[in-house]
Write a new protein. Sequence first.
Length: 620
Amino acid sequence: MIGHFPKPYKDELYYSILARYHNHSMNISKSQTLLELTGKYRAINLELPLGLDYFVSVVKPFSNMYSKDYFIDNHTVIPFVKPFKKEKWFNRPINRSLKSSHLFDMSERRKEDVTSKEYIYYCSNCLKEQFEMYGEGYWNRIHQIPGVYVCTKHCNALNQLSNQHHLRDLEFIIPERKDIKCSEKIYCDDVMEALINLAKDVEYVTRMNYGSLSNEFLFQKYKTLLEIKGIAYPARQRQKKLINQMLDFYPEKFLELLNSSFHKDEKSTWLNCLNDHNKSIVRLHPIRHLLLMRFLCDSARNFFEEEYVYEPFGRGPWICMNPLAPHYLQNVIEKVNIDFNNFQRVITGEMICGCGFGYRLKEPEKSPLELKHFNNRIIQKGHVWDRKINDFLNEKLTIKEIALRTKMNRDTITRIIKNSTIKNNEIKRAEKIRQRNEKTNEYRKIWLEIRLIYPNYSRSKLKQVNKKVYEWLWKLDKDWFNQNSPPSIMGANSKIKKYSFEEDSFFLHKAKNLILKWPEYEDMKMGLVRKSRHKLLTLLGLKENNYEKTYPLTADYIETNQESISEFQKRRVNNILEVKYKYKRVTVAQVAAAAHIQKQEKEVSEFIGYIVEQHNNSLP
């Protein structure tokens, strides 16, 4: 039990509290002080409150507010790091036994990361005020955080404690009056301003003591802010735009001081975390988080306290453009689906109404009423439109009358009516299928009842009992009929083809040879040919019906080596670039047209964009 404990000052570092106690108690050795306050001799550590549990039990009699959380929240740098780490990280650095380490090793510092401080830093003006007010000085926790090189209260550069006092020194260090001296470090105006802003952000995050933020939350909020700044799209150019704008926003010497500089043409930087969804965010240093926050939304306070929504097409609701709906031109569309068009290189928004009518806007358009040719932007018409068109047709309205009501030209209405007729025929066919299925289910029940009544009857005798049901099921539901009928006598004595390993091996060898010589086959055809299953079987002279059972080895090889549509499209794109545009710059649209690719999957679209960019970059 100790007889005296010095009251901690505002933002005093945990290490500083121990050092002042050591000085007040006039202990001869630091081991005695550590034994009294932490329960055992241990290495001194500036950033971590080692021995905190024992320490709290010792000082608790001096004040009820002294608790583990009190010292962590008010006298360590952990509150600054905590928002950017997973929840399980919080308890790890406190409960385990750590050896002395550089400040901020707990933020998983890497060689290329923000440089940690190797000496204690302090503000001379703050130190002067402390001695005048308290008769002693102390170390401020904010001033020990990497990237903080100025005092926000006095707007001057921090001093570095003499090189004789390295962080690895064994004894406790406390400020002395002789340390009050003007800083020798002078920063130019733009760097000084950036350092003050950064220090303010550090203070804000530390004192707000936020909990752990998920990687997904951070990434999505950064992405929204990038969208608002016009940097997010296209994704492949995001980093290049971000680098250029960051270099315009921050002084180069300021970034160098934080070991966070980069060049305009540099491809691998710490900014890559914004291209890797949320996987790399977890490794980003807290200081670099603050650099992003101030660049994107002016301050860390804004990032944490403000809500940001990307609204390239204004704030909804948006108007419905369905002239056949009762809410025509009313603001009833609540949601817009925002996407990036890789071919046109623009942000698009799809407005889909509850009536099914939908249209598309392109940034910076805000309203469909601004468009000269709105009908070209309609992406779907919906059930209300279809019902009204059918009503017009039933009323025998002329094409001219329908065109006036729908605000479309006659050619468009003629095409719509034609498609509507096709659609009506499809509905009729679907109704016939539904009725047939209902009748099939009914006849199945009847057939099972007949089987129960006449369990020993052959198929021919069962047919005589109910010929109508027999013929219906035999023609339209043959698999079920065979499974629920007596064995067929017809063909019982016929020979069944057995599996032949020799034949299977023969066709397997033939298939391998065919795949190997496929380029020669394409040369003969004077063009690329897709290696589809149907094409391979045709060239092998095999039928698709049950070939998997008859030739399993061959079937497995064909399934493995056949070419999907997307794979074939990629091969055509590579061929087009190699043959037609080998020494020419080309656009994505030109390549897609030359390769006859109209509708494409997202994977193919991204591949074309990437391969075209690589091709153009390789040209002089």
